[in-house]
Design a protein around this ligand. Structure first.
Ligand code: ATP
Length: 337
């Protein structure tokens, strides 16, 4: 973390959605992390681990009838959990902006890119049309869009996927947000364009001082881009810490399995984790103990009682009964230490 005070501080965040008439299904359970000023935090985990819903909960965009959010999300010292939609609206776009995998969800097809970014700028600041356009063109140029003036006059479908993604980042940055949430922003792009967009995200910290929350299922993307990493498994924190430390000595067996799944350079990306079989449990079938225990090579009876406590292991926080080095010791000896 580079700043003193975190921009975003998430404490014990839980999300439950109704199932049937009376039951509530846990989606996120007691998730805590923070993002510092100018920091890029990666949220990583397999499909269904709760990455996107974490972002949507932070943005106050959970649109599930009867959903219950508990815990705390403090953004620049202000509590967001429980905030009304009316109070949220001026925050979104201006202070927290979000970009998605598919830029077509951010742009409407019937207006030019430039017109849509101009409108976003004008919705949040009192500037003339000409001033807004000048800012749009400058932003598109900053995002590496060649001939930005001409690009501003184009419709979304007239740009390549990579240029659309740059234009969406330009739109997200148009109001100078302090936090940018990027949900799988490079998944649909080819490898070269992906590397360029990741480089662009890294440059935002330098040029705009932005903090970034980057959601991905790809540990390679995390390694290239993120200062720190939060590993989610079945809606629970598995591990969090500085990326370098977490990659050098993963404290949680799930992190280790994710790292094993990174293909060699230019290799074929496997669709499943090769080092562990099976799939994460659905929210309706999570076991009472460690949700990863059924797939874990270090599975121990102590893993099945209740959710493991989050303990410090090296520079990371790890939700495991036998974290990191502890796995190499017999459990009884470890308990006595
Ligand atoms: N509207 C909804 N109602 C009920 N459950 C939902 C809803 N949306 C998502 N879920 C469930 O919540 C869990 C977390 O979903 P989420 O989309 O956050 O996962 P993710 O890690 O972002 O996955 P992916 O990488 O596939 O996008 C999943 O088990 C999913 O089935």
């Amino acid at each position: 973390m580079t700043g003193v005070e975190p921009i975003l501080s998430v404490e014990g965040l839980s999300l439950a959605v109704p199932r049937g008439r009376t039951a509530m299904l846990p989606i996120l359970e007691n998730v805590s992390f923070s993002v510092g000023q100018g920091e890029i935090l990666g949220i990583v985990g397999e499909s269904g681990s709760g990455k996107s819903l974490t972002a949507l909960t932070i943005m106050g965009l959970i649109d599930i009838p009867g959903a219950r959010v508990t815990g705390s999300v403090r953004f620049r010292g202000r509590e967001l959990v429980g905030l009304s939609q009316r109070a949220f609206r001026p925050l979104r776009g201006r202070e927290i902006a979000m970009i998605f995998q598919d830029p077509m969800t951010a742009f409407t097809p019937v207006y030019t890119i430039g017109w849509q970014i101009d409108e976003q700028i004008r919705a949040h600041s009192r500037v003339s049309r000409a001033e807004a356009r000048a800012r749009t063109v400058r932003l598109l140029g900053d995002m590496g869009v060649p001939d930005p003036e001409r690009a501003a006059g184009r419709y979304p479908h007239q740009l390549s996927g990579g240029l659309r993604q740059r234009a969406m980042i330009a739109m997200a940055l148009s109001c100078n947000p302090s936090l940018l949430i990027a949900d799988e922003p490079t998944t649909a792009l080819d490898v070269t364009v992906q590397a360029q967009i990741l480089e662009l995200l890294r440059s935002l910290r330098r040029d705009y001082g932005s903090s970034v929350l980057l959601i991905t299922h790809d540990m390679g993307v995390v390694a290239q881009t993120c200062d720190s990493t939060l590993v989610l498994y079945a809606g629970n924190l598995a591990e969090r810490g500085p990326t370098e430390a977490l990659f050098a000595r993963p404290g949680h067996p799930y992190t280790a399995a994710l790292l094993d799944s990174i293909p060699p350079l230019h290799g074929v990306r496997p669709s499943r984790l090769p080092s562990i079989g099976g799939a994460p449990p659905s929210p309706a079938s999570r076991p009472p103990g460690c949700p990863f225990a059924p797939r874990c090579v270090h599975d121990h009876p102590a893993c099945h009682d209740s959710r493991p406590p989050v303990v410090r292991e090296g520079r990371q926080d790890v939700a495991c009964v036998l974290p990191g080095e502890g796995r190499s010791l017999p459990l009884r000896l470890r308990e006595a230490v």
